[in-house]
Design a protein around this ligand. Structure first.
Ligand code: PLP
Length: 376
């Protein structure tokens, strides 16, 4: 039987529509800067994709800067906003993805003061906490819209408002939110927002930073001046076209509901799992949980053998076996955090698959407990 894919927060399968659209661009010479007809066709495709991406997030096409993915978009936001300023203060939440954390830490090594805003035990950053962390002058605040591990959503409009009232710019990483909840750049009230194609049925290696028109951004990459000088490098037309089509498809695809996730979590609770972030608003597709006394990595490998692809901690840093920094920030004990496993569902998953998973879990857990008893 084909394995069941339950790891959509790591990446999603490329949809057939996207594949078809990309395919037609793979065999042609497509440099959007060329003046001849091939170049002009590529340029038109690039601008059409820009419109599709902008429309998916309620922005104007001129606000879209294509990048090599969410990681580059995050780096461009953090380093690009701060790079042109005198070092002052930078605030990021304690649960950010490394694509935000690491560039912020790099700025710290260059003389910036880096402050971390803590989260409550439900995984959310409160306005009060942010206010306590903000001091004047703070150049930039970055808080993600949806966490990749817990799926917990942050109250971005109110946090962005708080940052603005302290004279700070605001960036949000919306990589996990796009396609799973409604994402509207203007309504969020932020100055910059990162998104990534491969989380919504598009290709890997393609993303965008959506920016406020007045934002002064120093490029990370200098060269031929593509993307209005904000991101040089010949555009990957096939990938960008795929991203555009994936965004366009969001218009007709209904957003996933919590229904399947709720069935899964009811089953997990019956089996005495602890579910992280369950008291906060969350992405409808994500469940992050642990069985006390069972190691997360071991459980993931056993589930893989049983035919279910799930993740332990964050797949983006899965070479590390440290307990999740997100769970530690929520006050979860390192022992329990070591057991964390993430199921992230996609629109193609079915109730039968979730029920099958719960059944498989029973035998996997019983085997692991037997083995632990023998080893003790
Ligand atoms: N930000 C978040 C919240 C993510 O979950 C990820 C990847 O999983 C990224 C950024 C990085 O995006 P990309 O894989 O497109 O570089």
């Amino acid at each position: 039987m084909a394995p069941t894919y339950f790891d959509h927060n790591a990446t999603t399968p490329i949809s057939p529509r996207v594949r078809e659209a990309m395919w037609s661009w793979l065999g042609v010479p497509a440099n959007a800067s060329s003046r001849h007809q091939f170049g002009r066709a590529a340029s038109r495709a690039l601008e059409q994709a820009r419109e599709q991406v902008a429309a998916a997030v309620g922005a104007h096409p001129t606000q879209v800067i294509f990048t090599s993915g969410g990681t580059e978009a995050d780096n461009l936001a953090i380093q690009g906003v701060c790079g042109g300023m005198e070092p002052s203060r930078l605030v990021v939440s304690a649960i950010e993805h490394p694509a935000v954390m690491r560039p912020a830490q790099a700025l710290q090594r260059q003389g910036w003061q880096l402050a971390s805003v803590e989260v409550e035990s439900n995984g959310q950053v409160s306005r009060t906490r942010l206010k306590e962390t903000l001091r004047k002058p703070t150049a930039l605040v970055s808080v993600m819209l949806a966490n990749n591990e817990t799926g917990v959503l942050q109250p971005i409009p109110e946090l962005a408002e708080t940052a603005r009232s302290h004279g700070a710019l605001f960036h949000t990483d919306a990589v996990q939110a796009l396609g799973r909840i409604k994402v509207d750049f203007a309504a969020l009230g932020v100055h910059a927002m990162s998104i990534s194609a491969h989380k919504i049925g598009g290709p890997q290696g393609c993303g965008a930073l959506i920016v406020d028109k007045r934002l002064d951004l120093r490029p990370l990459l200098y060269g031929g001046g593509q993307e209005k000088g904000r991101r040089s490098g010949t555009e990957n037309i096939a990938a960008i076209v795929g991203f555009g089509v994936a965004c366009e498809s969001l218009k007709t695809a209904p957003l996933m509901t919590e229904a399947l996730r709720d069935v899964l979590e009811a089953g997990l609770r019956q089996r005495n799992a602890v579910i992280f972030g369950a008291r906060a608003p969350r992405l409808p597709n994500t469940s992050f949980f642990a069985f006390p006394g069972i190691d997360g990595e071991t459980l993931v490998m056993a589930l893989d053998r049983a035919g279910y692809a799930v993740a332990s901690g964050s797949a983006c840093s899965s070479d590390s076996s440290d307990p999740s920094h997100v769970l530690l920030a929520m006050g979860v004990s390192p022992e329990l955090a070591q057991g964390a496993v993430r199921v992230s569902l996609g629109p193609e998953n079915t109730l039968q698959e979730v029920e099958g998973f719960l059944q498989a879990l029973d035998s996997v857990l019983s085997n692991l407990r037997q083995m632990a008893a023998i080893a003790a």
